[in-house]
Every structure is written in structure tokens, then in C-alpha cells.
Design a protein around this ligand. Structure first.
Ligand SMILES: Cc1cc2nc3c(=O)[nH]c(=O)nc-3n(C[C@H](O)[C@H](O)[C@H](O)COP(=O)(O)OP(=O)(O)OC[C@H]3O[C@@H](n4cnc5c(N)ncnc54)[C@H](O)[C@@H]3O)c2cc1C
Length: 284
């Protein structure tokens, strides 16, 4: 008889949740993984980002840790970029997870304890949702507005010195940005901001004058002084719920997502012996 699987819930279907879920299914076959999320692509923060691999600073995360996460992610993406699947890389996260036997539920988790009993451990990858879900008020939004334009003649990226204005050619269009508005929760695009971004980008690249705008996009970067990758055992009325946090990637989620997914998976791996021992004892 095969041993009972460890039931893992991953809250959050953004870049961080899906990479964490995929990493677990790839490296811990004893786990049965379900991603539970209110929103999936194309409605996540990562859908707004141009997705440039660029080091981003987290003041309260040790530098060596940030470097390790960045390197893990760079090596992982470099391998994909050089593989036959490179063209579909953008959509592979969810389909790769499902192919590995993962499950998906589209719903909001109002209270993390709702998962107690149905799951043995919870991976919290809810980004800004962590404010309500676990009361972590140190994570806050940094609003980013961008435009996607039709400019296929642009094939190289251009970025100003402070990184506030950028032109990133992508597969479906060229992303023009941007803004970094701290504690601004507005998800709708602002007309004045759009004009300002276009002007700044035309100064950098005059061929953009009169360009066709495909769409405006806004995303809220889940920002924190330190990315929170850690284990917490929640306790209530004599019950315990192990939670592994992985959130607060701010403006650098693309650049470190695989590194933090691996770190969160390692924390889960460390927990497994105590969970299997507890379950064996409870059967005696
Ligand atoms: C304009 C812009 C440009 C960017 N450019 C770059 C770049 O060039 N390079 C780079 O590295 N990064 C960049 N980023 C940052 C990157 O996009 C983010 O760091 C990353 O997308 C964050 O991913 P996440 O999964 O943590 O968050 P999210 O995508 O916000 O995902 C959180 C998920 O949790 C779910 N959720 C929350 N609460 C609950 C709940 N209670 N129940 C169920 N589900 C819940 C949500 O529905 C959502 O699916 C940029 C961001 C923006 C906005």
C-alpha cells in the first residue's frame, strides 16, 4: 500500500504561488498540491510586468540570500530560454503544474483556518492578500502603470538611469513604463499618467510618437522590506496549522521567483518528517 500523501494548499495563483507549487510537485512526490486562488493569469501582478530580470533591493533581506535567489532564477530561466519549449515559456507554469498532477481551485480564502483538516500544510503566496489573510501589515502596494503598444520595429530594451522610464519589447507588444506609487491601491489606469509615460518614452525613443496603444495596465507590487520566506506554526484551540510564507517580492518577483520557490520548498521538506511521524503516532 502506498504511504498517505501530504496534502499541501498553496494560496495564491500569481507568479510566486505557481512557481512554488510547480517546484513542490517537481521535487517532493510525496505531496499532493492544490493551488487555491481568487485570481489567475491574466489577472495577476505578473501579467502587468514586462518581466525583466534585474536585481531589485530588499533592504532587510541579507544580500547573500538575494544573490542566491537571483542566481537560482537566472540559471533556471536561462535553461528554459535555451530549450525547445522557449516559445511557450510564459504559459508553462500553470500547465506544467497540472501536468505534474497538481489541482487548482478558483476561490478566495477568507480565513486561513478554513483549510485546517483538509490540508496538512499551507504555503502562503498571497502577496498583498497577506495583509488580511495573516494580518501582516508590513506588506504594502507600490502601484505600477504601464502601456502596451504596437511597435514591432523595436527589438532592444531601453531604460533610463533610475529605472523609472523604460521600453521593453515583448512577444505580444512593447511595454512602456512606468510608475512607482507607494501605498496607492488604485487599479484603474490614470489618463494623466498615461500621457506622462508616453512623453517620457518618446523622449527616449522618438520613433514612438503617435504609436498605437494596445492597452493600459496597472499592477500593485506586493512590497516589503524583506521578502518573507519562513515557517510559522499557527495555533488555535489546541489545533496546529503549519504555514510556510513566501510573499513580499515587490518590484523583483520575476528576478527571484524560482530562488524563493526553492527556499520555500526546502522549508516544506524540513517539515515533512515531523508531519509523517505525527500521523503515524495518531494511528497507533
Ligand atoms: C508595473 C510592474 C512592473 C514590474 N516589472 C518587473 C520586472 O521587470 N522584473 C521583476 O522581477 N519584477 C517586476 N515586477 C514585479 C512582479 O510582477 C511581482 O513581484 C510579482 O508578480 C508578484 O507575484 P505574486 O505572485 O507574489 O503576487 P500576485 O501576482 O499579486 O499574486 C497573488 C495571488 O494571491 C491571490 N490571493 C491573495 N489573497 C488571497 C486569498 N485570501 N485567497 C485566495 N487567493 C488570494 C491573488 O488572487 C493572486 O492570484 C513588476 C510589477 C509591476 C506591477
Amino acid at each position: 500500500m502506498s504511504p498517505q500523501k501530504i496534502r499541501v494548499a498553496v494560496i495564491g495563483g500569481g507568479l510566486v504561488g505557481l512557481s512554488t507549487a510547480l517546484c513542490i510537485t517537481e521535487s517532493l512526490p510525496q505531496c499532493l498540491v492544490t493551488v487555491i486562488s481568487e485570481k489567475f493569469s491574466p489577472n495577476t501582478t505578473g501579467d502587468v510586468a514586462a518581466g525583466c530580470l534585474i536585481p531589485h533591493t530588499y533592504p532587510d533581506t541579507p544580500l547573500h540570500q538575494q544573490k542566491d535567489w537571483f542566481k537560482e532564477t537566472f540559471d533556471y530561466l536561462f535553461k528554459i530560454a535555451n530549450s525547445p519549449e522557449a516559445a511557450e515559456a510564459g504559459v508553462n507554469l500553470l500547465s506544467g503544474f497540472k501536468r505534474n498532477g497538481g489541482f487548482v481551485q478558483t476561490r478566495k480564502v477568507d480565513n486561513i483556518w478554513q483549510l485546517y483538516g483538509s490540508f496538512d500544510v499551507v504555503m502562503n503566496c498571497s502577496g498583498l492578500g497577506s495583509r488580511d489573510l495573516i494580518g501582516d501589515l508590513t506588506v504594502y502596494p507600490v502601484r505600477g502603470q504601464v502601456l502596451e503598444v504596437h511597435a514591432p520595429w523595436l527589438t532592444h530594451f531601453i531604460r533610463d538611469g533610475d529605472g523609472n522610464t523604460y521600453i521593453y519589447p515583448g512577444i505580444t507588444g512593447v511595454t512602456l513604463g512606468g510608475t512607482k506609487e507607494k501605498n496607492d491601491w488604485r487599479l484603474s489606469p490614470d489618463a494623466e499618467t498615461r500621457k506622462d509615460i508616453l512623453e517620457r518614452c518618446c523622449d527616449l525613443e522618438p520613433s514612438l510618437h503617435g504609436v498605437f496603444v494596445i492597452q493600459d495596465k496597472v499592477g500593485l507590487r506586493p512590497t516589503r522590506l524583506a521578502v518573507r520566506v519562513e515557517k510559522e506554526i499557527l495555533a488555535k484551540n489546541g489545533q496546529q496549522l503549519p504555514v510556510i510564507h513566501n510573499f513580499g517580492h515587490g518590484g523583483g518577483g520575476f528576478s527571484i521567483h524560482w530562488g524563493t520557490a526553492k527556499a520555500a520548498t526546502e522549508l516544506l521538506q524540513d517539515l515533512i518528517p515531523s508531519m509523517t511521524n505525527a500521523s503515524a503516532k495518531s494511528k497507533l
